[in-house]
Design a protein around this ligand. Structure first.
Ligand code: FAD
Ligand code: 2HG
Ligand code: ZN
Length: 464
């Protein structure tokens, strides 16, 4: 290890590494504080050549590398293990916007570019990068692609995968694969970039990406809606899609309990209603110069008695205040204490069944559970998080947690859903991958991993 560290320091130069455990704590601790690892060195390369040289040196020494972006992973994906023998490779110095090709509706950035900076570069060019999530001020494009991030605009624009036109990737032996093309059509052989999207740093290190841009959607209309029963969300979505010609940018479901956490833990966060409703929908539409369209569509839903009350933001400040409520949920949940995370998806046609059977299931499992349910209901993706009684011992927490998680994942599987909708598998869901994606799918994943990373140096202990 000593020889390797010396070599890495030479490759990276004085600005390019850090070995101080105290300064490295933000890089060795997960956002939620659930995972804490150790590392002998944080590598901060400035160029793709340095990334390649670091990977070659680690491969020669048989030392593992944990690629890290903004470290906002919710499943321990970007944290090294506790041995203190895995190098962290942070992309944060490779943060440049390389090109905005407005005529081609595309943007090329280095992997360490913070998502909000890439969005801003697109806006400056009069275009729109639709990927958007609560962590956008710190997560990076490389991390977004490595997790195939979802977020708030998937229904209209797809996940990160749908936005990637080209990638530059450093492979496990240090080879640089440059597929940084910006084409919408390209059938020249296998589409290799797809292998790295959603592979969570286990197959290669993404160093740059070309992403698809869209025309500016223009003026957005944003509404917060109170509803009695979460099950009607899917019906309301179907009606709004028709009424608004599919111009729905976001369609988020949040329970009263969840917004209650936000009001309790986040300063100045207050819902704009005088009454409480059991569930809420946060809806954003690209109705351009006719914002009235959303109001009319919501009025129809009120007449049908599917919506109890609605507030439409009158200006961008009010819209931001509504989004602040939504974006504060993870932080409020974190402040409220430990919870089991279940980032699940089911086909939209099964959402009502999932919500109803999920409720019944939790009541049967333990009446003292606290359901923290919210998420991207328009994509069939819910964060079905569960708080356990606070007086459980660590041991009880582990056994009860596994029992509850299994029951929820079994229900999700029965309905044809996924136990990992948008955050990835990381460390926390690794065992579940073997269980719910076993057989030919898992074998093929293992074969790919062995082929692309035979020495298992890229993010070992994650995904598979
Ligand atoms: P990291 O956390 O640093 O890494 C994530 C994984 O990708 C790790 O396995 C890491 O090894 C790998 N990786 C990172 N960079 C690279 C690279 N350049 N090459 C190869 N592998 C790499 N996620 C959603 O999908 N939707 C949401 O709505 C959402 N909201 C969130 C809100 C909050 C408040 C927080 C804290 C997180 C949220 N997340 C969400 C989860 C997280 O932000 C995303 O998974 C994000 O895409 C991770 O980006 P990152 O740069 O922080 O990656
Ligand atoms: C969101 O949708 C994120 O806000 C985070 O995916 C979900 O904290 C969570 O469980
Ligand atoms: Zn989410």
């Amino acid at each position: 290890m000593t020889t390797l560290l010396k070599t890495l320091k030479e490759i990276l130069g004085p600005q390019g590494w850090n070995c101080d455990p105290e300064e490295l704590r933000p890089h060795t601790t997960e956002w939620r504080g659930v995972y804490e690892g150790r590392t002998p060195l944080l590598a901060r390369p400035a160029t793709v050549d340095q990334v390649a040289a670091v990977v070659r040196a680690c491969a020669d020494a048989g030392v593992a590398i944990v690629p890290q972006g903004g470290n906002t992973s919710m499943c321990g994906g970007a944290i090294p293990d506790a041995t203190g023998e895995q190098i962290i490779l942070s992309l944060s110095r490779m943060n440049r916007v390389l090109d905005v090709d407005a005529a081609n509706f595309s943007i090329t950035v280095e992997a360490g570019c913070v998502l909000a900076d890439a969005q801003e570069a697109a806006t400056v060019a009069g275009q729109y990068l639709p990927l958007s999530l609560g962590a956008e001020g710190s997560c990076q494009i490389g991390g977004n692609i490595a997790t195939n991030a979802g977020g708030l605009n998937v229904g209209r624009y797809g996940t990160a995968r749908a936005l990637v036109l080209g990638l530059e990737v450093v492979l496990a032996d240090g080879t640089v694969m440059n597929s940084l093309r910006s084409l919408r059509k390209d059938t020249a052989g296998y589409d290799l970039k797809q292998l790295f999207i959603g592979s969570e740093g286990t197959l290669g290190i993404i160093t740059a990406a070309t992403l698809r841009l869209f025309p500016d959607p223009g003026q957005l209309a944003t509404a917060l809606v109170g509803i009695e029963n979460a099950g009607v969300a899917v019906d309301i979505l179907a009606s709004l899609k028709t009424a608004l010609d599919d111009r729905i940018e976001s369609f988020e479901l949040v329970s009263q309990r969840v917004f209650g956490l936000v009001e309790r833990h986040i300063p100045d966060a207050t819902l704009p209603f005088t009454e409480e409703y059991p569930w809420y929908l946060l809806i954003e539409t690209a109705t351009g110069s006719t914002p009235q369209l959303l109001e009319d569509a919501l009025a129809t839903e009120i007449e049908r008695e599917r919506i109890l009350d609605a507030v439409i933001a009158k200006n961008s400040k009010e819209a931001e205040a509504l989004w602040r409520l939504r974006h504060s949920i993870s932080e409020a949940e974190r402040q409220d204490g430990k919870a089991l995370k279940h980032d699940v998806s089911v086909p939209l046609s099964k959402m009502q069944q999932f919500l109803q059977r999920g409720d019944e299931l939790l009541a049967r499992l333990r009446p003292d559970l606290r359901l923290i349910a919210f998420g991207h209901v328009g994509d069939g993706n819910l964060h079905y998080n569960v708080g356990l009684p606070r007086d459980l011992t660590e041991e009880e927490w582990a056994t009860e947690g596994a029992r509850i998680t299994r029951a929820i994942y079994d229900l999700v599987a029965e309905l044809g859903g996924s136990f990992s909708a948008e955050h990835g598998v990381g460390q926390s869901k690794r065992a579940w991958l073997a269980e719910y994606r076993g057989g030919a799918e898992l074998e093929l994943m293992q074969l790919l991993k062995k082929t692309l990373d035979p020495a298992n140096i890229l993010n070992p202990g994650k995904v598979i």
